[in-house]
Design a protein around this ligand. Sequence first.
Ligand code: CMX
Ligand code: CO
Length: 146
Amino acid sequence: MLTRIDHIGIACFDLDKTVEFYRATYGFEVYHSEVNEEQGVREAMLKINSTDDGGASYLQLLEPVREDSTVAKWLAKNGEGVHHIAFGTADVDADAADIKDKGVRVLYPEPRIGSMGSRITFLHPKDCGGVLTELVTSAPPESSEH
Ligand code: CMX
Ligand code: CO
């Protein structure tokens, strides 16, 4: 069951500059940052609020680290902006399987590793009304480092 907006992914050319915009404009601080080589991004997670399911909602600011990454390709075509939304669930495997059964393309056969040791998969934007949609199961608290 999807129980929260886990994050909104925002693609940018310059992560440091974008982090500073969110800090100076809204007062949001970086909660966690990392490079995810597999996804081809350097990212900063800004925690906005905790949620009723024990999770949280973040903004995920994304800068590409490779020219052939999905985010670099998207930025070249669209410029900076909202890249994807992510719903949180306690069981990404079960929700991905249910959604696949409804005829929506799930991009990975098995979830991959996302921010803070989470397990993530994506739904094809062409099957979701033009919205690239991610499903996230957070790592258990003891194993998520930041
Ligand atoms: N939102 C909405 N539509 C998108 C999109 C996005 N973010 N990215 C691509 N599309 C659309 C394109 O506009 C294009 O539509 P048209 O054919 O009408 O022009 C179509 O999808 C195909 O796009 P493409 O540029 O040819 O890109 P690809 O098919 O090579 O890749 C996708 C698209 C979704 C398969 C790829 O971006 C992907 O695998 N995404 C999941 C991984 C990811 O995004 N990682 C970065 C974030 C990591 C994280 O959140 O942790
Ligand atoms: Co994301």
